[in-house]
Design a protein. Structure first.
Length: 345
C-alpha cells in the first residue's frame, strides 16, 4: 500500500503540470485582456498607459512565455494578484469564496448520501413493486431536469409564491453562533445557560438555513437521483449472488444478510461515484451559485472569466483539478479498506 501511495502521489506532479498547461492555453485564447477592459471603463486612459500596462503585466509576450513566468511563481506559492479585487488570487479564492462553496457542497453531499443509499436499498429489495416504480420515475425526473431550471423553479415557488425562503444571495446580519464561555460569565445557572444557548443556536440556524435550503436542494437533486439509481442496481446485482443465497440458507436473518453481507459489497461502486462527485459538486456549483447569487467558487470562476481575471480562474480551476485527482486516490484507498480482496502491492 505504501509503495502504491508513493507512486500515485508522484504521478500527481506531471498530471497537474499538463492540466495547468491546458488551462492556461485555453484562457490565453479568450478574446480581450484586462487592459482592454480598463481602457473601456476609463475615458482618460491613454495609449501610453495601455502600452505601459501591457508591458508591466507581460501581455505582449507569447502565451507560453507568460505561462512559464506564471509557473515559476506558482511553484513558490505565488499565483499572482487578482486584478479585479486588488489582493492575492489565492487569498480571494480560499478566504472569501471557498468557505461558502464548502458549506453548500458539503451539505448537498451529506443530504444526497443519507437519502440516496436507503432509497436505493429500499427500491432494490422491493423490485417491481409500486414503490420501486415510483422511486425510479422520480429518479428519471431528477436526472432529466436541468439544474438551473430547477433552481429557478424553487425560487419561484418557495420565495415568490410561498415566501418562506430568501430567493438569492447570502446576507450576513451579524448573528453569531452562541459562545458557551461568554454565557457562563453572565450567569452561573447551568439550566439558564443551556436555555439561552439553545435559543440563540436555533435563531442562528433558522436565519441562515433560509438562505441555504433552496441552493442545497437544487445542488443535491442531481446527485441524489444518480446515486439512488446506482445503489439500486448495485444492490440488485449483489443480492442475486451465490454467497447471499448461502447466507440465507444458513438461517441468518434478512437484516443480517442485507446489512452485513450484501451492503458491504453493494456500496463499493457508490464509493467511487461519491468520491468523483465531490469535485464535481465544486465545479458544478457554478450554475447553482449563479442562479442563487451564492458567493462561492462557482461565481468566482464565472466572474473571473467574464472580467479576464485569469489568476483567480487558474487558482480555482487548479484547485478543482487537484480535488479530482486526490479523491480518485481516496476512492482507491477506501476500496481496499472495505473490500479485503483488493490489495495494492
Amino acid at each position: 500500500m505504501i509503495n502504491f501511495l508513493i507512486r500515485r502521489f508522484l504521478q500527481l506532479i506531471p498530471t497537474l503540470f499538463v492540466i495547468s498547461v491546458i488551462l492556461y492555453s485555453l484562457l490565453a485564447l479568450k478574446p480581450g485582456d484586462p487592459i482592454d477592459d480598463m481602457r473601456r471603463g476609463n475615458p482618460g486612459f491613454t495609449q501610453a498607459d495601455y502600452e505601459r500596462l501591457r508591458e508591466l503585466y507581460g501581455l505582449d509576450d507569447p502565451w507560453y512565455i507568460r505561462y512559464l513566468k506564471w509557473l515559476g511563481r506558482a511553484v513558490q506559492g505565488d499565483f499572482g494578484p487578482s486584478r479585479q479585487y486588488g489582493m492575492p488570487a489565492t487569498q480571494y479564492v480560499f478566504q472569501y469564496r471557498l468557505p461558502y462553496t464548502v458549506v453548500l457542497s458539503g451539505l448537498s453531499l451529506f443530504f444526497a448520501f443519507i437519502i440516496a443509499v436507503p432509497l436505493g436499498i429500499f427500491s432494490a429489495l422491493r423490485q417491481h413493486s409500486f414503490w420501486d416504480y415510483l422511486i425510479t420515475f422520480i429518479n428519471f425526473i431528477g436526472v432529466s431536469i436541468p439544474i438551473f431550471w430547477l433552481a429557478i423553479l424553487l425560487i419561484y415557488v418557495f420565495s415568490i409564491q410561498i415566501r418562506n425562503f430568501l430567493p438569492a444571495g447570502f446576507v450576513d446580519r451579524g448573528i453569531p453562533w452562541p459562545d458557551w464561555n461568554t454565557l457562563a460569565q453572565e450567569t452561573s445557572d447551568t439550566l439558564e445557560i443551556l436555555s439561552i444557548y439553545f435559543s440563540k443556536a436555533m435563531t442562528y440556524l433558522a436565519y441562515y438555513s433560509r438562505q441555504l435550503i433552496l441552493p442545497v436542494v437544487a445542488l443535491a437533486s442531481l446527485q441524489l437521483a444518480q446515486w439512488t439509481r446506482f445503489m439500486r442496481s448495485s444492490m440488485l446485482e449483489v443480492v442475486s449472488m451465490d454467497y447471499i443465497r448461502t447466507a440465507k440458507a444458513k438461517g441468518l436473518t434478512h437484516k443480517t444478510v442485507i446489512f452485513r453481507h450484501a451492503l458491504r459489497n453493494a456500496i463499493l461502486p457508490i464509493i467511487t461515484l461519491i468520491a468523483l462527485s465531490i469535485p464535481v459538486l465544486f465545479s458544478g456549483a457554478v450554475l447553482t451559485e449563479t442562479v442563487f447569487n451564492w458567493p462561492g467558487m462557482g461565481t468566482a470562476i464565472l466572474g473571473s472569466l467574464l472580467n479576464n481575471d485569469f489568476n483567480v480562474a487558474m487558482v480555482a480551476l487548479m484547485f478543482i483539478s487537484m480535488l479530482v485527482l486526490l479523491f480518485n486516490l481516496l476512492a482507491d484507498i477506501v476500496y481496499a479498506l472495505i473490500d479485503p480482496r483488493i490489495r495494492y502491492d
